[in-house]
Design a protein around this ligand. Structure first.
Ligand code: GDP
Length: 529
């Protein structure tokens, strides 16, 4: 393949995820985006209608939810001469490690805000995560067919609460029952909204120019003059779009619309393909790998079990960082230093799992995993190296896990270790006793683990309270000091699922004292895989 053709493939790709608070409209936007991708004939089939909230311990319900949302957890679709990869982040209200790691695999994000509510909790938390890598953010203010808050106030809120400049690209004309459409500031064009067209791609009715008298006919004199006044203000008070600042994650272009009414989603997609970055470089232990590097490379950011309940398989999601995947190619599994031949990677064309002939930087491929692949693993062709930046987080919640049937201890341990390799949960084995401690970042993880242990490993486990407050991974360059620490602090030390030494602290005070007492030991809150 010529360098030019490879560069072309990379340039036309956009890989992004949606961040939002539950109910802001992520699922609905996903449906409409796929509709534009012509991937679905009729939007509305991405996810089964929510059957109430997640019944916390109802595994079947979760499975059903997963079964459907999982096949769509990576979606590829064409849009306007580009190829877009949309990575779904888990829909639970729990903040999960999975979500975080998915955000390491994208190059930009769409932030969806319910315009009646403004910036909400979950969005705040996810934005902190995108900030770590200065991911460019596009904003969609949703639900304009409802009575919303003052648009200027919404922009202010994003600016002050999320510390990001806003550049409105479109501006709403009315809202709720009186929502008439938007004015596109850069096309100097009014795009009119028709209600009741949510399931189709609407015929676009436009009026060229803000001063065009047709505007008054289309939306009424009052709204037209309000719009003209408002825009003077908006132009004076808000930022102009600046691509550099956007790419640095400092400024977000803002679009207004209604996902349910399928209005404005295409304006956002136009922005995405025009401005969002093509596949970006990633850090390795020895420097950056550019997307344009000729050799194939990628990293695993997620492992998903039960993609197909009939086959009970586990699929590792690998983000291609550089080069080209070809069916049957040999790649090197960097951690274990072995070459493997991949004949059956999966692609995710809008919901379908299909066998893949080729894929490029920015794409996600699914590798069948029989227990040899872990989160954070690197695959390369040619030179061997390891990508960095796919962390584990010190859990904040802990429980002791115990069997109802004590004969199955081995099964239990095997299950827990595999689940920890998948990133579903973390497991700690104290050096000083035979306890098994499960650690999680979100509370839902506990229920998932017990349900999966039962379904996949046939073990019946239950939790008991344990007074653990926090955990830290511990390291030292000084072997002697580490040995001494290991002896003296044995009561508080454990091995995690990957045999890494961990300090288990009953209280924060205990942790502080330990840190003061052992200055040569490093205590860390995140661990690189
Ligand atoms: P998610 O939890 O972020 O995936 O949100 P959903 O897409 O499931 O949307 C939550 C609810 O808001 C659903 O009842 C949607 O039908 C509704 N919704 C989504 N977008 C809009 C919109 O633009 N207008 C109105 N009125 N409702 C919307």
């Amino acid at each position: 393949m010529s360098n030019n053709a490879l560069a072309n493939e990379i340039q036309k790709r956009r890989t992004f995820a949606i961040i939002s608070h539950p109910d802001a409209g992520k699922t609905t936007i996903t449906e409409k985006v796929l509709l534009f991708g012509r991937a679905l004939q009729k939007a509305g089939t991405v996810k089964g209608k929510k059957s109430g909230q997640h019944a916390k311990s109802d595994w079947m319900e979760m499975e059903k939810e997963r079964g459907i949302s999982v096949t769509t957890s990576v979606m590829q679709f064409p849009y306007s001469d580009h190829l877009v990869n949309l990575l779904d982040t888990p829909g639970h209200e729990d903040f999960s490690e999975d979500t975080y790691r998915t955000l390491t695999a994208v190059d930009s994000c769409l932030m969806v805000i319910d315009a009646a509510k403004g910036v909400e909790d979950r969005t705040r938390k996810l934005m902190e995560v995108t900030r770590l890598r200065d991911t460019p953010i596009i904003t969609f203010m949703n639900k304009l067919d409802r009575d919303i808050r003052d648009p200027m106030e919404l922009l202010d809120e994003v600016e002050t609460e999320l510390n990001m400049m806003c550049a409105p690209i479109t501006w709403p004309i009315g809202s709720g029952k009186g929502f008439k459409g938007v004015y596109h500031l850069y096309r100097d064009e009014i795009i009119l909204y028709q209600s009741g067209q949510g399931h189709t791609i609407q015929d676009v009715r436009t009026v060229k120019g803000l001063d065009n008298p047709e505007l008054d006919d289309a939306v009424g004199d009052e709204l037209a003059s309000t719009l003209r006044d408002e825009l003077e203000l908006v132009r004076g008070a808000s930022n102009e779009f600046d691509k550099e600042l956007f790419l640095e994650g400092e400024l977000t272009p803002v679009f207004f619309g209604t996902a349910l009414g399928n209005f404005g989603v295409d304006h956002m997609l136009d922005g995405l393909v025009d401005w969002a970055p093509a596949p970006k470089s990633r850090e390795t232990e020895d420097g950056k790998i550019e997307a344009s590097a000729p050799q194939f490379s990628g990293f695993v950011f997620k492992i998903q079990a039960n993609m197909d309940p009939k086959h009970r398989d586990r699929v590792a999601f690998c983000r291609i960082v550089s080069g080209k995947y070809e069916k049957g190619m040999k790649m090197r599994h960097s951690r274990i230093g072995k070459d493997i031949r991949i004949a059956d990677a999966l692609t995710f064309l809008a919901g379908d799992r299909a066998l893949l002939e080729e894929a490029y930087a920015g794409d996600i491929i699914g590798l069948h995993n029989h227990g040899t692949i872990r989160i954070g693993d690197t695959f390369t062709s040619g030179e061997n190296f390891k990508f960095t930046g796919i962390p584990n987080f010190a859990p904040e919640l802990f429980k002791r896990i115990r069997l109802r049937d004590p004969l199955k201890q081995k099964q239990l341990l095997k299950g827990l270790i595999q689940l920890s390799e998948e990133g579903a949960v973390q497991v700690f084995r104290p050096l000083a006793n035979n306890d098994l401690i499960v650690g999680a970042v979100g509370v839902l993880q506990f229920d998932v683990v017990v349900a999966r242990l039962k379904a996949e490993y046939n073990v019946d486990a239950l939790y008991e309270h344990i007074s653990v407050n926090t955990a830290r991974w511990v390291y030292s360059d000084d072997e002697r000091k580490l040995d001494e620490f290991r002896r003296k602090a044995e009561q508080n030390l454990a091995l995690d699922g990957g045999d890494n030494l961990t300090y288990i602290a009953p209280t924060m005070v205990n942790l502080q004292l330990a840190q003061e007492r052992y200055p040569d030991i490093q205590f860390t809150k995140t661990r690189e895989h």
